[in-house]
Design a protein around this ligand. Structure first.
Ligand SMILES: Nc1ncnc2c1ncn2[C@@H]1O[C@H](COP(=O)(O)OP(=O)(O)OP(=O)(O)O)[C@@H](O)[C@H]1O
Ligand SMILES: Nc1ncnc2c1ncn2[C@@H]1O[C@H](COP(=O)(O)OP(=O)(O)OP(=O)(O)O)[C@@H](O)[C@H]1O
Ligand SMILES: [Mg+2]
Ligand SMILES: [Mg+2]
Lengths: 249, 249
């Protein structure tokens, strides 16, 4: 079982969109995939079709339920979700001294090939729990100035956490998201990122594609909502690249 | 002096872009305006032209510097900024028991007509400090599904904080941001928000406009970078609407 977290302190860069759509394409390759929604906003849960979740990851982290009791199926075979609820926001204070709580929870899981963790937009206790529980991390990077400006500092922080708490976690790669082919800004950001981070940056670039932002309103991933859209093609290619790198871990 | 916070737990919805561009248009009306950057990402600081900030709001909140020592001028007359630095991330644990620390800091300020606070994408200790220190809050709402889905729950949480810690703070309004005129999704979101929140929603809608995302890479606000763009016009109109509502507070 490999555990991969999607982390970026910057908000709205495509962490959730990347987690759930990558998970969907990985699940089509007969791998059994679990998405862990570690954000109190619970966007990954609703993007995978779950509404009105009663028990979620908060209950599991607090020891009031097991992961097996809370994990839900999705419409897609081989794709499961450990959902989130709003009360997860209360966990940040409780987990600030407990960086390994999620790792312990995930160690009880059996039968999954890949676990993908969607983290909230911060580097607080929840994101740290994700880093400590992971074999690898992927950083979605929006093709915008603020997102680019923050990435170097963010990676330094991740490196510090890694060295202190989980020296084995690897930065699997950086994926450029919401790339608007019509703007110079997006091209400058991609060029800048490739020059700076070189082979760390995935070749697959996710274009800005309205189908990706419409799909969650139907509770569907892109492979079901719009399988021949530019967004679907990009996530399918990314899934292949990700598995090539995971196999080398 | 009126203090207004820009709050939304959802990431990337335009909190920083709205804070700094609204501040710029308010400062053109001979009001003395201060932007307080309460996000460790320090996007408002760099969007207002500051680089390599040594001392920021963290030092002030920890009592190691006064606000007056740390406040900086910007390129625009009447527009000032209390900048942020990355170590502000360390404040969340320290401030979790101290919801009024920022309010105390701002009470020492003199000579400002309006203070605008840019909050990070969370409802943690920093956002709570902003709510407690404010006369009013503005919620930027991206014209997307996840942002819409989360807004009702977010406002409930704000209401709870308000009743416990600062009963006087008012929800000044909701502003629809990144409205892409070409997509049905954006129109559906706007219609849905106006039906649900009625006159709370500002009439001014901020369009998606690449000039708004280019401006911060030059450290400029939109009134200086592209004063005749659709983004500039929208923030100018919003500034007028905001002041009409502030005067009635
Ligand atoms: N490639 C894309 N094209 C168009 N829209 C996109 C794309 N990727 C994401 N979106 C939309 O942009 C918004 C932000 O994406 P998303 O919510 O996945 O980011 P996030 O990093 O998870 O945000 P948060 O920091 O709040 O967790 C969402 O409304 C999403 O539907
Ligand atoms: N109306 C707009 N048109 C085009 N781009 C925009 C618009 N508003 C904001 N942006 C861009 O979208 C990105 C997100 O906006 P911004 O950083 O202001 O959101 P935020 O809510 O402050 O994010 P965070 O949650 O990380 O603090 C930025 O790169 C910004 O330049
Ligand atoms: Mg998310
Ligand atoms: Mg911001």
């Amino acid at each position: 079982m490999k555990v991969i977290s999607f982390v970026n302190q910057k908000g709205g860069v495509g962490k959730t969109t990347t987690t759930i759509n990558l998970a969907a394409y990985l699940a089509t390759t007969r791998r059994k995939v679990l998405v862990v929604d570690l954000d109190p906003q619970a966007n990954a849960s609703s993007g995978l079709g779950l509404q009105d979740v009663e028990r979620g990851i908060y209950d599991v982290l607090m020891g009031e339920a097991t992961a097996q009791e809370v994990i839900r199926e999705t419409e897609q075979k081989n794709l499961f979700v450990l959902p989130s609820t709003a009360d997860l926001a209360g966990a940040t204070v409780e987990l600030s001294e407990e960086p390994t709580r999620l790792k312990t929870v995930l160690s009880t899981l059996q039968g999954f090939d890949v676990v993908l963790i969607d983290a909230p937009p911060s580097l607080g206790a929840l994101a740290i729990n994700a880093l400590v529980a992971s074999d690898a991390i992927i950083v979605p990077l929006q093709a915008e100035y603020y997102a680019l400006e923050g990435v170097a500092g963010m990676l330094d922080t991740v490196e510090r956490i890694k060295n202190n708490l989980n020296p084995d976690v690897k930065l699997l790669g950086i994926v450029v998201t919401m790339f608007d082919t019509r703007t110079n800004l997006a091209q400058q950001v991609e060029q800048n990122v490739r020059e700076h981070f070189k082979e760390l940056v995935f070749w697959s670039v996710i274009p800005r594609n309205v189908k990706l932002s419409e799909a969650p309103s139907y509770g569907q991933t892109i492979n079901r909502y719009a399988p021949i859209s530019s967004g679907a093609g990009a996530y399918k290619r990314l899934a292949q690249e990700v598995m090539q790198r995971v196999e080398k871990l």
